[in-house]
Design a binder for this molecule. Structure first.
Ligand code: ZN
Length: 97
């Protein structure tokens, strides 16, 4: 966010006078996109929605999600992996437990 100012700068042209222009060249599109993502993340972290932010419950996934109801995984793939791991653990559990 700090690398890419969001306000267009005030600049001067000798023929036409003052004008506003974005402070980044078009070659800095990646920086601008990342700054937009960072600003969105900062908006999320400072909003009421932040309370719903939770880590994905499927090891070894390191993503986060906004919890909806009983959802614990960031994706269907992670949910399937967690359910498969649970089923495998049930099948391979020793009889005496
Ligand atoms: Zn996940």
């Amino acid at each position: 966010m700090t690398r890419v100012p969001t306000a267009p700068l005030l600049q001067w042209d000798d023929r036409s006078g003052p004008y506003r222009a974005a402070p980044h060249p078009t070659t800095a599109i990646l920086d601008h996109a990342l700054a937009t993502l960072a600003a969105d993340a900062a908006d999320l972290l400072t909003s009421a929605e932040a309370a719903r932010l939770t880590a994905c419950g499927s090891v070894p996934c390191n993503r986060f999600l906004l919890r909806h109801g009983r959802r614990h995984w960031c994706s269907t793939r992670c949910g399937d992996r967690a359910r498969a791991a649970r089923a495998y653990a049930r099948r391979t559990r020793p009889e005496h437990e």
